[in-house]
Ligand binder design. Structure first.
Ligand SMILES: C[S@@+](CC[C@H](N)C(=O)[O-])C[C@H]1O[C@@H](n2cnc3c(N)ncnc32)[C@H](O)[C@@H]1O
Length: 288
């Protein structure tokens, strides 16, 4: 299928035209895409948490504000927006495809409710354990150490794809659980610039391996620093990314062009609570 849409010309595309980044409002691009044209969608939408608060970064007080795109418009409008873009995702995903959406408590309940309203089939709620999260400065809450990822299929009749065997192998022969222990992005993943909510590449590689096949088309409507695109390219999937921010698109382009450097230093952390509470590290042999 073509990865071109409407009158929109990609901000960046590779020579093979199977990796494209669009600089536009994602709703506009989503609305221009044909029905049932995408195999897998990963979305990490605005969390609506930029409210002037503070967090802790490298032991220092730091603002939680991510940017204009993350400012809350109030619970009702935030939810209406989530329903709107998820409705488009539901329309464009193939019947056998699926959708993953990540988020913290600021947004994830709205996402889950929107999926229920749209009658998507919720397949799993994955807890991503961040392993070494920053401490809570206020000392009035538990340290925020997890993020949720909801996995859903198009509708109740969907027969979604799941690569059970690959997940079992990644978990050293044991069934993969819905608790994923993965460390935050490494230095090399941030070498071209800082994105305030960047996801680790190991997380995206697991999702893409679990729910798509080589040659499939993966879409990320809020692609940020391009983590989904880099993971998709490394796993031989086609990719469409959308973001409104040119600086982030620039990081994504660079990361795509130099993706082999990230691959050469991949470290996958696997958590096996039945046997041990310690995270186990598997180091990949660097590519020759
Ligand atoms: C939570 S971040 C995604 C981070 C990404 N997963 C990564 O690993 O870098 C959300 C992204 O959505 C983008 N964004 C916000 N509103 C948007 C909109 N209406 N259309 C397109 N992109 C938008 C922001 O610029 C931001 O980069």
């Amino acid at each position: 299928m073509t990865l071109f849409f409407m009158d929109a010309f990609p901000w960046y595309m590779n020579d093979k035209r199977d990796f494209m980044l669009y600089k536009q409002d994602s709703l506009e691009i989503l609305k221009s895409m044909p029905d049932s044209s995408i195999d897998l969608i990963f979305a990490d939408p605005p969390y609506f948490l930029s409210n002037g608060g503070y967090t802790c970064k490298s032991g220092k007080r730091a603002s939680v504000d991510k940017g204009e795109w993350d400012v809350s418009r109030g619970a009702d409008l935030n939810h209406a927006y989530n329903v709107e873009w998820l409705r488009e995702c539901q329309r464009i995903v193939r019947p056998g495809g699926s959708i993953f959406v990540s988020g913290t408590h600021h947004v994830i309940f709205s996402i889950g409710f929107a999926m229920q309203q749209l009658d998507m089939k919720i397949l799993n709620e994955i807890a991503w354990f961040k392993v070494n999260p920053p401490p809570n400065l206020a000392c009035r809450y538990f340290t925020h150490a997890t993020e949720s990822i909801i996995w859903a299929a198009k509708d109740q009749d969907s027969r979604h794809y799941f690569n059970y065997q690959a997940m079992k192998e990644e978990n050293e022969g044991k069934q993969m659980q819905s608790l994923w222990s993965i460390t935050p992005p490494r230095k090399i993943e941030k070498r071209f610039g800082n994105h305030p909510t960047q996801k680790p590449i190991s997380l995206l590689k697991r999702i893409i391996t679990a729910a798509s096949r080589p040659g499939d088309t993966v879409l990320d409507p809020f692609s940020g620093s391009g983590t989904t695109g880099v993971a998709a390219a490394l796993l031989d999937r086609k990719f469409i990314g959308i973001d409104i921010n040119e600086e982030y698109l620039g990081i994504a382009k660079k990361r795509y062009e130099f993706r082999d450097e990230e691959e050469a230093q991949t470290v996958v952390k696997t958590y096996r609570p039945a046997q041990s509470t310690a995270a186990k590290t598997i180091r990949k042999t660097p590519k020759k």
